[in-house]
Design a binder for this molecule. Structure first.
Ligand code: SF4
Length: 293
């Protein structure tokens, strides 16, 4: 298989083969991320894609679900993605569902009609690393798009029937803008129709511009308690009929699962319990030990 640099596998994906179709990230400039720093973006040659499909077909010919990998492979033009769908079905005729990571602006270069065609060919779900719905924060972290783009592009996915996850990056606005980050993100996410809202907590990794800014005193990270308070504010104001995933709790309650709206009160109460009684030192130690997103 042709695998390059960092491989990110969504831990919530059912076990399924991974087919690399791009390397690196088209943007590679978010201030908190070093994941693909040393991997120049490029599309995998179609000959490689075919070779890998042949290999998957040799050991898993009945594959029904396939992960297309790369930081944001959905950046490809409609015609290239369409060609890749055809290759997938040629070598793996049982494939019904293809999933991949995407940036919000990856959707821009495709019409709703083109998205519908991709959906019919099995491109069923994209994982959008949105991070925030707050324009100040999106600019601060150099995300490369604004809240209006999130609304516009997810609407196109809705119309085409392509499901999407949305992530909220807890803590990424720092202390200065935490409240607005939580409230505006909840407001924008609530106007979309994600199947899953996933939350991750900011860790300042070596090599990231945000860590350098923190060292210079230009970015003030949240404490673990403030992270939980921000997450609680986000959850309180989120009104999406979706599943909810968060690793950021020390309450002992399992907050991850379907039916966010049905469980919202329980989730908010568990977060409050963590704020009041959680082992925040232990949480900070776990975060310090993290090596990658
Ligand atoms: S967070 Fe995603 S879009 Fe931003 S640089 Fe990292 S891989 Fe690229």
């Amino acid at each position: 298989m042709h695998y390059t640099g960092t491989l990110y596998r969504n831990p919530y994906e059912p076990p399924s083969p991974m087919l690399e179709i791009t390397q690196g990230c088209t943007h590679n400039a978010c201030k908190f991320c070093t994941m693909y720093k040393d991997v120049p973006f490029r599309m995998s040659p179609l000959e490689w894609v075919e070779e890998d499909l042949r290999e998957i077909a040799s050991w898993a010919p009945d594959t029904r679900r396939l992960q297309l990998i790369g930081a944001d492979p959905f950046c490809m033009s409609f015609s290239r993605l369409d060609r890749i769908c055809d290759l997938v079905h040629q070598y793996l005729p049982q494939v019904k569902i293809m999933t991949m990571a995407a940036r919000v602006d990856n959707v821009k270069n495709k019409t709703v009609e083109e998205l519908r065609i991709l959906r019919e060919k099995g491109m069923a779900e994209v994982n959008l690393g949105v991070e925030s719905g707050d324009d100040w924060t999106l600019e601060r972290i150099n995300k490369g798009y604004h809240a209006a783009d999130i609304l516009e592009q997810t609407r196109k996915l809705d119309q085409a029937g392509i499901a999407y996850w949305m992530t909220f990056l807890n803590g990424v606005a720092g202390r200065e803008h935490s409240r607005e980050h939580a409230l505006h993100s909840a407001e924008i996410f609530s106007q979309c129709h994600p199947t899953v809202v996933g939350t991750g907590g900011l860790t300042l990794f070596p090599g990231t511009p945000l860590l350098e800014e923190a060292r210079r005193g230009e970015f003030e990270p949240l404490t673990e308690k403030e992270m939980l308070e921000e997450l609680k504010l986000f959850a309180e104001n989120l009104n999406c009929d979706c599943a909810f995933i968060t690793h950021h709790t020390i309450s002992g309650a399992n907050l991850t699962g379907p039916d966010f709206l049905g469980r919202k009160e329980k989730i908010v109460a568990a977060l409050q319990n963590s704020i009041d009684h959680g082992d925040l030192e232990r949480m900070a130690a776990i975060r310090r030990g993290k090596r990658t997103l």
